[in-house]
Design a protein around this ligand. Structure first.
Ligand SMILES: [Zn+2]
Length: 327
């Protein structure tokens, strides 16, 4: 086992140079062909397949789901899967960010989202420093996931020993600590890649320091953008990017639309009878589940508007735009 871990690590780092220089576009990537290497995944497969079996058996009671659930390939979500031609790998792991959902999207007419063309569902992980940065890009007209950006993030102010403990405690129990170690990048590099990705998808105008262009971040709570992003920017000695000035807190939209208070995503999903898929507190899975809630709210007729905005003149001051809101 020890030997296989070493060879896995060596293999994983050998294609880092490709990763850093490649333009990040999942749509382009899905058609690329990679050299197949069978040394890339045994630990990931072993740890995730057990969980897959459990969730699959639960899902058998829900025949309406159009696609059988399987765990995401977390190399693929970060543009780093080298096994796109390996059929057994493709059978075990999901290589599409399309959502398995029960909604009849024909019911949805784009009358509720004239403000935005795209929603960017963001759900950060990491209490001390950010560990995961997942974003799903949703077309406001069709509600489809049209693109995604996902990176694991390496803390910058922690000893290696502390990082190892931290990751073992958080991602070890989800069986994805190995892929975290293979792929995590410092926050400033993640943000540089994210900006490149936003450029590819025309989410910002050409001017430097521009806000999002006809798109809005959607989060479950205010913590991600109000608190965590500025705190991480400070730790990473970066200026707060200009596109993190405003966002939509889905909890506030939920409260005002359904007239019910939901403290978290699980409550919303329970109340809307949406099955929870994947691992809670794996950011990419939580983002997908938040997206399912968002889709359902759009179908039900909710109008998504900005709920919170930073005051550009007073550092740290955030204005909340809904009187009736979750505090
Ligand atoms: Zn893969």
């Amino acid at each position: 086992m020890a030997n296989s871990r070493v060879s896995l690590l060596r293999h994983s780092f050998s294609f880092n140079s490709f990763i850093r220089t490649s333009a990040i576009s999942p749509s382009v990537l899905s058609t690329r062909r990679f050299v197949v290497s069978s040394s890339n995944e045994p630990l990931l497969v072993a740890s995730q397949s057990a969980k897959q079996a459990v969730i699959t058996s639960n899902e058998s009671e829900k025949p309406n789901l159009t696609t059988r659930w399987k765990p995401m390939c977390l190399y693929f979500t970060q543009d780093k899967c080298t096994m796109m031609q390996d059929t057994s790998h493709l059978q075990k792991f999901n290589h599409s960010l399309c959502l398995e959902h029960e909604l009849n999207v024909d019911e949805y007419v784009n009358k509720h989202s004239e403000h935005f063309d795209f929603f960017l569902v963001l759900d950060l992980e990491g209490k001390v420093e950010i560990l995961e940065f997942p974003v799903l890009m949703i077309d406001a007209r069709t509600m489809n996931v049209v693109a995604f950006f996902h990176r694991f993030v390496r803390p910058s102010k922690m000893s290696e020993e502390r990082v190892n403990e931290y990751i073992k405690g958080k991602y070890g129990k989800l069986g994805v600590d190995r892929v975290w170690h293979d792929t995590a990048l410092p926050f400033d590099e993640v943000i540089a890649q994210f900006e490149e990705w936003m450029g590819i998808h025309n989410l910002r105008s050409k001017e430097p320091d521009s806000p999002l262009h006809r798109a809005a971040f959607v989060t479950c709570g205010n913590w991600d953008i109000k608190t965590k992003i500025p705190a991480q920017c400070e730790v990473s000695k970066m200026k707060l990017p200009s596109y993190f000035m405003e966002w939509i807190n889905l909890k506030d939209i939920y409260l005002n639309f359904y007239n019910r208070r939901a403290p978290g995503m699980r409550t919303m999903m329970n109340e809307l009878k949406i099955p929870f898929l994947g691992s809670h507190h794996l950011g990419i899975d939580d983002s997908k589940n938040i997206t399912r809630v968002l889709q359902r709210m759009l179908v039900d007729g909710a109008v998504l508007k900005i709920t919170a905005r930073r005051n550009p003149l007073v550092t740290g001051k955030v204005e909340f735009l809904f009187e009736n809101r979750i505090k």
